[in-house]
Design a protein around this ligand. Structure first.
Ligand code: FE2
Length: 305
């Protein structure tokens, strides 16, 4: 193996193994654990050890239970098969290694099947703070502990079912441009609801406001900012607001929504599906996020007869 590929290990945007998989069009891959470099493990160790006290202070109780249950090694990048042994026994979920971005329908369909598409690369040890894309720390330390909770896991599955409902609805729309327009709006609504709950959600827990969104749980700076900063607006979640609210991904979130419990959140996903069937998601407010071609195509393919 040439020295450069040894040096880059499985570092975000620098991993030859991932580039090779993408070149061959392989989305679902194995985790080649032997390729992680010393620097990769060091990045994990630093990320984990500095988050630990912040989780204790700001994370919700289900996350804290989850991270204990998973028995993650704080000093080394986790092996997905080890994580899955604990996770699968609890909720049937498992982390499934992917080579990169998973188009929206496929992503939701994985959730429906209790599979969580998981990035296996890790950010550089000298750039722990800024990362525009997910890495294994975000996915395994930020998302997966939540999947050990039965109510949370069941809600993710409901989310996945909603994607099927969306495909079913648009399969009945004859006019091609109307189909694309309707789908774009529904995907945008789902992406916003996902963002304001699964990625950046707050909940009432442990006698106060705590974080359950994985974007916050994996961010050393933003987890504190989300709870303590006077610059953040925090409101009880309203579905009609969340699905019409644009968001931007490249800075700390100025607006966060609070759920009372995961039962509460589950009921909102149910309502999302009802509204979808009633056509209430067909014309949500324009704006971010933009819906990309591959997301759209993944739904259109699923809707094709
Ligand atoms: Fe995420």
């Amino acid at each position: 193996m040439p020295p450069s590929s040894v040096a880059s290990g499985l570092t975000t945007s620098e991993a030859p193994f991932i580039e090779e998989a993408r070149r061959h069009g392989e989305l679902y891959i194995r985790q080649p654990y032997e390729l992680y470099s010393k620097e990769n493990h060091e990045a994990w160790r630093q990320l984990y050890s500095r988050m630990l006290p912040r989780w204790g202070k700001y994370a919700n109780e289900h996350f804290l239970t989850g991270i204990r249950t998973l028995c993650l090694d704080s000093s080394r990048v986790p092996r997905l098969e080890d994580v899955n042994r604990f996770l699968n026994a609890l909720t049937g979920f498992k982390a499934k290694a992917v080579s990169g971005y998973v188009p929206a329908f496929l992503f939701f369909d994985c959730l429906r099947n209790r599979e969580f598409p998981t990035t296996i690369t890790i950010r550089r040890a000298d750039r722990l703070d800024y990362l525009p894309e997910p890495d294994i720390f975000h996915d395994i330390a930020g998302h997966v502990p939540m999947h050990t909770d039965r109510h949370f896991a069941d809600t993710l599955v409901r989310f996945g079912e909603c994607a099927h409902t969306a495909a079913e609805i648009v399969s009945g729309v004859r006019d091609a441009s109307e189909r694309v327009e309707t789908l774009t709006s529904i995907i945008r609504a789902m992406a916003r609801f996902f963002w304001f709950t699964i990625e950046f959600g707050l909940m009432r827990s442990r006698g106060g406001l705590r974080v359950y969104g994985s974007g916050l749980l994996s961010s050393y700076g933003e987890i504190q900012h989300a709870i303590e900063s006077p610059e953040v607006q925090r409101f009880p979640i309203q579905l009609e607001w969340a699905i019409n609210q644009a968001f931007e991904i490249d800075h700390y979130q100025p607006l966060l929504f609070i759920v009372d419990s995961f039962d509460h959140w589950f009921s909102l996903v149910d309502r999302l599906e009802t509204w979808m069937r009633e056509g209430k998601l067909n014309h949500v407010a324009p704006g971010e996020p933009s819906v990309n071609e591959s997301d759209l195509k993944s739904f259109l393919d699923a809707a094709a007869p």
